[in-house]
Design a protein around this ligand. Structure first.
Ligand code: FES
Length: 104
């Protein structure tokens, strides 16, 4: 059964910015793309760097360490055909100005 976790106020993450949260021992990267929020695994599948500290450009994030790129919207690994490297995504929404994340 999924559990809903309140993370922070939505206005604490400005458009174009990201923040990492640890929820039930899972590191989650939360990104604000022009006012819409997305949540993905924060841990880069290459060597574990924080994707919330990566470079955001449009709807992609590039890892700071070795520049693997991912789609923030659906977690797709973008550099090559490596579907096993896709990021998990998580349902996230704003309820009464608070960000709420659903963990399966
Ligand atoms: S740790 Fe992210 S690309 Fe290497």
């Amino acid at each position: 059964m999924a559990a809903v976790h309140t993370l922070c106020r939505a206005d604490e993450i400005a458009p174009g910015e990201a923040r990492m949260f640890v929820v039930d021992d899972t590191m989650i990267g939360v990104f604000n793309l022009a006012g819409k929020f997305f949540a993905v695994d924060n841990r880069c599948p290459h060597e574990g760097a924080s994707l919330a500290h990566g470079y955001v450009e449009g709807d992609t994030v590039s890892c700071r360490m070795h520049h693997w790129r991912f789609c923030i919207r659906d977690g797709t690994y973008l550099n090559e055909d490596r579907p096993a490297c896709n990021l998990r995504t998580f349902a996230i929404c704003v309820v009464e100005e608070m960000l709420q994340l659903e963990l399966p």
